[in-house]
Design a protein around this ligand. Structure first.
Ligand code: NAP
Ligand code: MG
Length: 502
């Protein structure tokens, strides 16, 4: 007889049920599930110029910090104007001697190779991205890294078909392009910038944001492994002065900037009168509009994704919710319940929904604008979740009773903060949604196709999502209206910004 049956089994230890008010919260306390892949970080990252890692002329380095625990991850080289000039010389040489002479099908091979090597090292890159920037691992793993690879794959497909970018016209590369990117999607923004430039036959000098340079320099390792000719892509790390040197260099035939509207305006002023081509992807204050015929639970998930994805560090975040008056109370109740069960904490934990705010400076900006919201009379709701003792964190926040005159309805907070306004008619929704200096994106939630088409036509936003939010595809162009900038990234429209037409 199997001994097991005879074995005396001790009674299972039952956990004492929590007090009723805590039962719901208790259910959501998952065990820690940290991602353990090795991010393979170096202690020091040099500049990537002419296909090699080189020390900065100044000999200066700055620290990159993990915003989740305030620990130093690595030292990053600080490029000055001399380093930027060296990067441009390397890029010009590569353009003149190699890259512009290669047929598109040869350039495509390199882009395919980069995409595949990135896929091979996807988990390692996801962990590095999360540690350097603070975003939850499930986002870097399931969104940032796969989308970055997808951009290289997509543009590899274009490189030998450029005659179809503008049928009937002859397309030609521009030369060397200078690019500066922000910290919210470090690797993805790099792919958005580099892949179309290279597919079109241009060479690149690019500066990542100072708080998130690591995955850029890891991508440089992939460029080396892919055998990308020296100087085709050059990466210079540093602060605002490095960015200004990249944008202002005389060898830049075109500059592409993604970042704040404020810095975008400084760059545009400094380049006024030059013949540089320019594209600007700037800030946003998107309206997510929900009508009373929308499937509410689905819409609530979309609204949550629209603003709390990546801690609200998203230029196209649905930071203003315009809700149809008859359903306002019901939607607000559902949103409050939903954010009460979002898990805020260690970004490397696979269960985390909201990770760390990218930097102390950004956390201070969020806190300042939230205090303004309270002072101006909006009603604040935050769940009572515990935040880690170390690191930069902010609770998901909903403001109700917001009006268009409030600063939290007009200014980009760039954090996990949703401002809720109401409307009665379609025209009022359109008027309120368009009543902003920005025009990057918008969302519409309704059962009526005709209403979606009307709003898509009348909303002054580069992207209008219908019954979904924050959906991206390399084939779909992305870009803004008004102070959200000009030019497009993605699709054949994005390629048009990297060529001249005869
Ligand atoms: P930011 O302060 O404008 O910085 C963006 C980049 O510009 C960084 O690399 C920054 O370097 C550099 N920079 C700063 N001053 C400069 C100058 N005078 N000349 C040249 N470069 C300069 O923006 P951020 O705070 O990093 O990023 C958040 C902003 O980006 C938000 O407004 C967001 O909406 C926008 N964004 C827009 C899009 C889009 O597609 N429209 C996408 C993502 C983000 P440092 O890092 O050293 O300061
Ligand atoms: Mg960092």
């Amino acid at each position: 007889m199997p001994t097991l049956l005879n074995k005396k089994r001790s009674a299972p230890t039952l956990r004492r049920p929590a007090a009723p008010a805590l039962i719901f919260g208790d259910l959501w306390n998952y065990d820690p599930a940290p991602e353990t892949a090795d991010p393979k970080l170096k202690s020091r990252y040099e500049l990537f110029i002419g296909g090699k890692f080189v020390a900065p002329a100044s000999g200066k380095y700055f620290d990159s910090i993990n915003p989740a625990n305030e620990q130093k991850l690595a030292e990053i080289a600080r490029a000055n104007a001399a380093d930027v000039a060296a990067a441009y010389r390397a890029a010009k040489k590569a353009y003149d001697q190699t890259w512009s002479r290669l047929p598109g099908r040869e350039r495509a091979k390199y882009l395919f190779r980069i995409a595949r090597l990135l896929q091979d090292r996807a988990r390692e890159f996801a962990v590095a991205e999360t540690m350097d920037g603070g975003k939850p691992i499930k986002e870097s793993r399931d969104f940032d890294v796969p989308m970055a690879a997808a951009h290289f794959f997509y543009h590899a497909g274009w490189a030998d078909k450029l005659e179809y970018v503008a049928p009937g016209r002859r397309v030609a590369s521009l030369g060397v392009v200078g690019q500066v990117i922000p910290w919210n999607f470090p690797l993805l923004m790099l792919a958005w910038k580099i892949a179309p430039a290279l597919a079109m036959g241009n060479c690149v000098v690019i500066k990542p944001a100072e708080t998130t340079s690591i995955t850029a320099l890891k991508l440089a390792e992939i460029f080396q492994d892919a055998g990308l000719p020296a100087g085709v892509v050059n990466i210079v790390t540093g602060f605002a002065d490095t960015g200004a040197a990249v944008m202002g260099h005389p060898l830049a035939a075109k500059v592409a900037f993604t970042g704040s509207t404020e810095v975008g305006k400084i760059i545009m002023r400094s380049l006024a009168g030059t013949d540089k081509k320019m594209t600007m992807e700037l800030g946003g204050k998107a309206a997510n509009i929900i009508f009373d015929d929308a499937p509410l639970d689905q819409a609530v998930e979309g609204i949550i994704n629209g603003i709390f994805f990546n801690q609200g560090h998203v230029c196209c975040a649905g930071s203003r919710l315009l809700v149809h008056e008859p359903i306002a109370a019901a939607v607000l109740a559902k949103l409050k319940q939903r954010i009460s069960v979002l898990r805020v904490g260690d970004p490397l934990d696979k269960n985390t929904d909201i990770g760390a705010i990218n930097s102390p400076a950004q956390l201070a900006t969020i806190k300042r604008l939230v205090a303004v919201g309270v002072k101006e009379g909006a009603t604040l709701y935050q769940p009572d979740c515990a935040l880690p003792a170390k690191g930069y964190y902010f609770r998901p926040t909903i403001f109700s009773g917001v009006s268009m005159s409030h600063r939290i309805a007009r200014e980009e907070i760039f954090g996990p903060v949703l401002s809720v306004l109401t409307f009665r008619t379609v025209d009022e929704a359109i008027e309120k949604a368009n009543n902003t200096a920005y025009g990057l994106s918008a969302g519409v939630w309704t059962d009526k196709g005709a209403r979606i088409l009307k709003l898509a036509a009348e909303l002054k936003a580069g992207v209008v999502w219908a019954n979904t939010y924050n959906k991206f595809d390399p084939a779909s162009p992305f870009g803004g209206y008004k102070e959200s900038g000009f030019g497009r990234e993605g699709g054949c429209q994005g390629l048009l910004d990297y060529c001249k037409l005869d």
